[in-house]
Design a protein around this ligand. Structure first.
Ligand code: ADP
Ligand code: MG
Length: 518
């Protein structure tokens, strides 16, 4: 996928590295027992540690460490058995201690990676530089009083994971794909809710441009962008701006910028000269963090199956490549899909032995256990029932992203399946019906009645269509009878076309074979 940007002087390559702040799912803060609920009354979740009362000491919350290590393992990263908490010193009203406790030179998680699933079906690996734990600051409220600023310390001390990427991203689309994949991994792991709107996932974008293959250019950092769409817009704008500066004979100045989502532009906030010197040093109130290797291994074994592994498994049971990505993005959707498959498999009248291995296959991350005959049983699970699944998958994958989870919860698949099992509708009608269900919130039976979608199971009508086609296609019929059995699919297609997709495919197959055998 070429993502070069055209300027007056030729093509430019955009280079992006992202720093993501992900709020750890934890009932208590990183160094105090105060609660972390979203939307609480201001200053109701503040301990004396968070408010930095004199003489108060931080006590590390082990659960937050566990969440960070889990996340590191989910990012396929090195876990550092020794890490250090540092003080990052600066003065601000919402930071009562005058410093934030963070990790600087020795973070808890080192190098890892994220695999991007790009829309053109290719995959690309993006390096993770590090993940470290740190405290969030409080919030200054500037809009509550005409001449005063209020401070809410509820957020002060909440645990954040800062996840830093290598400058490996090459376009706004890739940055979007990176954030979606990261969000999906965090949610599968249950370590961060990852809602950018609620502010529990925030992103700083580092952007530079260069001639393809040249040395890295000077970067600008766009702070605190709060939606994936804005991240992509900010990057597009910033890359164009830098190209223009350079092509006019100027130079990009390293600086921190802000994205104005109303105007769609980035604006300078402070230059490098004005940037803070945080004077990091190890926090003398905290010992270095030492992890037990066996404990880390235990956590590794307890991880849920992650999107990449799920994707491989879904591909193996015959879900096609272009829809698998939207299916795995949310665990809830993936699970609903999988439950449906399991249900279908067990209804299909496989032998108990086959059912058992089929369910094991669907559950097991190890596809090598799969026998070829079972694979055939699962993928070609005959006729109607498997197409319900496939069509369901299509409809879910094609629904607007924000509707997907609701769709899965609301759709009564068993109702749909019943209609199909009773041969009222054909597999190919399912998709249309599901989409209609999503739009109108009506149930399947109502839609079928309203749209006149009943399939033709009247043998006479189908036979008439078949006769007409076989008479028209006598040359192909002869080829078929001479042994070219692949032509059956062609005939089935013609009959379905002639009946506007309303014929029952199983019946069409059966009748065609009979007549062709002739
Ligand atoms: P800082 O701590 O000052 O923000 P880092 O060196 O830790 O600086 O880099 C922060 C982010 O900037 C990382 O995500 C990194 O990939 C990215 N980055 C570094 N150099 C460049 C560059 N030339 N262009 C784009 N991104 C860059
Ligand atoms: Mg930075």
């Amino acid at each position: 996928m070429s993502a070069l940007v055209k300027g007056h002087t030729g093509e430019w390559e955009v280079v992006i590295g992202l720093e993501v702040h992900a709020q750890v799912i934890s009932k208590a803060k990183l160094f105090s027992g105060a609660a972390t609920d979203f939307g609480a009354e201001p200053n109701t979740q503040v301990s004396t540690v968070d408010a930095a009362f004199p003489g108060m000491l931080p006590v590390l919350n082990g659960f937050c460490v566990e969440q960070a290590v889990k996340t590191g393992l989910g990012l396929d990263a090195e876990i550092n058995l020794q890490s250090v908490f540092d003080r990052k010193n600066y003065f601000y009203a919402d930071l009562p201690a005058g410093y934030q406790i963070s990790q600087f030179s020795r973070p808890v998680v080192g190098r890892g990676k994220i695999v991007l699933d790009l829309p053109d079906g290719t995959a690309r690996e993006i390096g993770i530089t590090r993940l470290h734990l740190e405290q969030d600051a409080g919030k200054s409220l500037h809009d509550q009083h005409p001449s005063k600023t209020y401070v809410d310390l509820n957020r002060a001390g909440v645990a954040l994971m800062e996840i830093v990427s290598e400058p490996d991203l090459r376009s706004a689309e890739e940055a979007g794909a990176y954030l979606r994949k990261l969000r999906s991994i965090l949610r599968y792991l249950g370590t961060c809710d990852a809602n950018m709107e609620e502010g529990n996932l925030r992103c700083d974008c580092n952007v530079s441009v260069r001639k393809p293959g040249g040395a890295l250019g000077t970067r600008c950092e766009i702070k605190n962008v709060n939606s994936i769409r804005f991240v992509m817009q900010a990057i597009e704008y910033e890359a164009r701006r830098q190209i223009e500066v350079i092509e006019k004979g100027g130079a990009v100045v390293q600086e921190t910028r802000l994205f104005d989502s109303g105007k769609g532009v980035t604006r300078s906030m402070r230059t490098k000269e004005e940037s803070h010197d945080y004077r990091y040093f190890p926090d003398p109130d905290l010992l270095p963090l030492t992890l037990d290797a066996a404990w880390v291994e235990k956590l590794r074994k307890s991880l849920p199956e992650l999107p990449d592994a799920k994707k491989q498994r879904f591909l193996a049971i015959g879900v096609s490549g272009n829809i698998v990505n939207s299916l795995i993005e949310e665990r809830e959707v993936a699970d609903a899909f999988e439950d449906e498959i399991k249900k279908r498999i067990s209804q299909k009248g496989l032998s108990p032995e086959e059912t058992k291995s089929a369910v094991e296959f669907v559950q097991s991350p190890d596809q090598r256990q799969l026998s070829p005959s079972l694979l055939t049983a699962v993928t070609s699970s005959s006729g109607a029932t498997s197409s319900t699944i496939v069509n369901f998958v299509f409809a879910v994958a094609n629904a607007r992203k924000e509707d997907r989870a609701t769709l899965v919860r609301r759709l009564d698949l068993s109702g749909l399946g019943d209609l199909q099992d009773r041969k009222v509708i054909s597999g190919r009608m399912v998709r249309e019906i599901v989409e209609e269900m999503a739009d109108t919130k009506k149930d399947a039976a109502t839609i079928v009645a309203e749209k006149g979608l009943k399939q033709v199971t009247d043998t006479g009508a189908i036979e008439a269509a078949i006769d007409a086609i076989l008479a028209r296609e006598s040359a192909k019929v002869a080829e078929y009878r001479a042994g070219k059995e692949k032509l059956l699919a062609y005939f089935v297609g013609q009959v379905m076309k002639a009946t506007q997709g309303k014929a029952n495919p199983a019946l069409v197959n059966e009748l065609l074979k009979k007549k062709l055998a002739g």
